[in-house]
Write a new protein. Structure first.
Length: 163
């Protein structure tokens, strides 16, 4: 198992022409936030040729880009799935930024409850952030992306298209 110590250790994505990885016991874990702090929860897990992002939150003690996980450490197009564990902003509020400002094209997964509550929380978060002295890490994004209301369950695609 490989664990990167933090965002200062850039980890390149596997080359596009690399041979498919056979399932092994090798797991790579790369914290993009929350490694030595509370907030900004975001961890990359690579296993068996797949890349999963666990959570995508902001740090409540910072504003703007400083509140975001260290997305520049990886190639976001290599992320196959983003799994949001629950609706707290330190686990979910950076999702609109990822959808609107990176080359992420994977699938976003969350429970029905997380999807419904996150949508409301993010709208309130953006309103409060715009009214305050600082800027929000999600301002200027393409809205709330995959957090549309209604059916579609807990699976959402970038750009608001639910599956």
């Amino acid at each position: 198992m490989t664990v990167a110590a933090g965002p200062s250790e850039a980890v390149p994505a596997p080359p596009a022409d690399a041979a498919p990885t056979t399932p092994t016991s090798h797991v790579e874990i790369i914290p993009l936030g929350a490694a030595q702090e509370v907030g900004r929860s975001c961890v990359i897990v690579r296993f068996a040729g797949k890349t999963v992002m666990l959570d995508c939150g902001v740090h409540p003690g910072f504003s703007g880009l400083a509140s975001l996980p260290f997305f520049d450490v990886i190639d976001m197009s290599s992320v196959d799935v983003m799994l949001v564990t629950h609706f707290h902003l330190d686990h979910s509020a950076a999702v609109p930024y990822v959808v609107g400002h990176t080359n992420f094209r994977g699938t976003i997964l969350m429970t029905h409850a997380t999807k419904a509550i996150t949508s409301t929380l993010l709208r309130d978060f953006v309103k409060v952030s715009k009214g305050g002295a600082g800027e929000s890490g999600v301002q200027g994004s393409r809205g709330l992306g995959g957090f549309g209301r209604g059916g579609g369950g807990g699976r959402a695609r970038p750009g608001g298209r639910s599956r």
